[in-house]
Design a protein around this ligand. Structure first.
Ligand code: NAP
Length: 299
């Protein structure tokens, strides 16, 4: 249990509701900032405005998946006013406090380092990325079904990259009966893809491999689906780019050539906010419980 531990959530979306629920169940004292329009009420949860004073007793600050933008603005779908996190807020935190977020932009990294506050980026963790790959693959599948007039079963699908998202995507497509080509660059990934029943190929052969595909799912966060690659694809092919913005596809050329291509960021929060929220809630609560057990939360 987290009795006596003060958790402060600043901003966020539907995913944070699972986080609030989890910490309320664990008996933590939860403060919500930027949730003025939230109608639900939870036991042990209070609402405050974003001021340095409201953070003075906080053990853990929980920010949305994208912590702040480049100017310190914290997104909140539950707030009528803009939330801007500044140095004054971090200066008010106790020295043992930690900030949890999905990923931090340079603004937040600089602010926490200047104030010597530990920043934990959950999406850097392997376990979180693997759990998140499940709603990501389901969301990508939804987009594929909506944008094609064929079944996934029997289609020719290409997945670029065999990391945490690529592997789940490939396995999900194969489970539905697709012929799955997987583009990789390391021999050990070639061997694993072969062992799992995919058709692996080296990315150096990408141009020759795209000539007969129905769907391409990219997970490589660098320009890989270039104009030259798109020029070799059939017009029926649909590109779903899962890599973080700006993706790895030449979208301008795809549009010019009449190949449907879409960037699909943030799928877990869109297609499965409850599951995505639980992934965040379970991970943060586990980390805080470990800190409490080992005495690292002592003031
Ligand atoms: P990951 O585990 O690091 O996998 C990335 C893959 O890209 C690896 O197979 C890696 O190959 C390959 N790669 C990276 N740079 C490359 C390059 N220059 N040339 C060839 N291959 C390269 O990452 P992940 O967790 O799967 O995430 C992949 C991307 O999806 C990220 O941009 C992430 O932000 C994004 N994402 C999006 C969503 C969404 O909702 N759309 C959800 C989750 C993640 P090696 O192993 O050989 O290095």
């Amino acid at each position: 249990m987290l009795t006596g531990i003060q958790i402060t959530l600043i901003g966020g979306d539907a995913r944070q509701l699972e986080v609030i629920q989890k910490f309320s169940e664990l008996d933590a004292a939860v403060t919500l900032i930027g949730f003025d329009n939230l109608q639900y009420s939870y036991s042990g949860v209070s609402k405050l405005a974003l001021t340095p004073e409201s953070l003075e007793k906080t053990d853990a600050v929980i920010l949305p998946v994208v912590g702040t933008d480049d100017n310190g603005v914290v997104e909140s779908i539950f707030s009528g006013t803009e939330l801007i996190l500044t140095g004054d807020h971090l200066a008010a935190l106790p020295s043992h406090a930690k900030i949890y977020t999905g990923m931090a932009k340079p603004y937040l990294k600089k602010l926490s380092s200047e104030h010597n506050i530990r920043l934990i980026e959950l999406l850097e963790r392997d376990d979180v990325a693997i759990y998140n790959s499940i709603p990501t693959a389901e969301g990508a599948l939804m987009m594929a079904i909506q944008n094609t007039d064929i079944t996934i079963h029997g289609s020719v699908c290409m997945v670029l990259g065999m990391g945490r998202t690529g592997l789940t995507m490939a396995r999900t497509l194969k489970g539905l009966g697709a012929n799955v080509l997987v583009g990789i660059r390391k021999p050990e990934h070639f061997a694993r893809a072969w062992e799992m029943g995919f058709t692996p190929f080296y990315l150096s052969e990408l141009a020759q491999k795209v000539t007969n595909i129905d769907l391409l799912f990219n997970t490589i966060p660098t320009m890989i689906v270039t104009a030259q690659i798109i020029a070799g694809m059939p017009h029926r092919a649909v590109i779903i780019d899962l890599a973080s913005k700006p993706g790895g596809t030449d979208f301008r050329f795809a549009e010019k050539r009449g190949v449907k291509a879409m960037l699909a960021p943030g799928l877990p929060g869109i297609v499965a906010p409850k599951t995505a929220g639980r992934i965040i809630a379970n991970t943060i609560s586990q980390l805080i419980l470990e800190d409490v057990t080992t005495g690292r939360n002592a003031q």
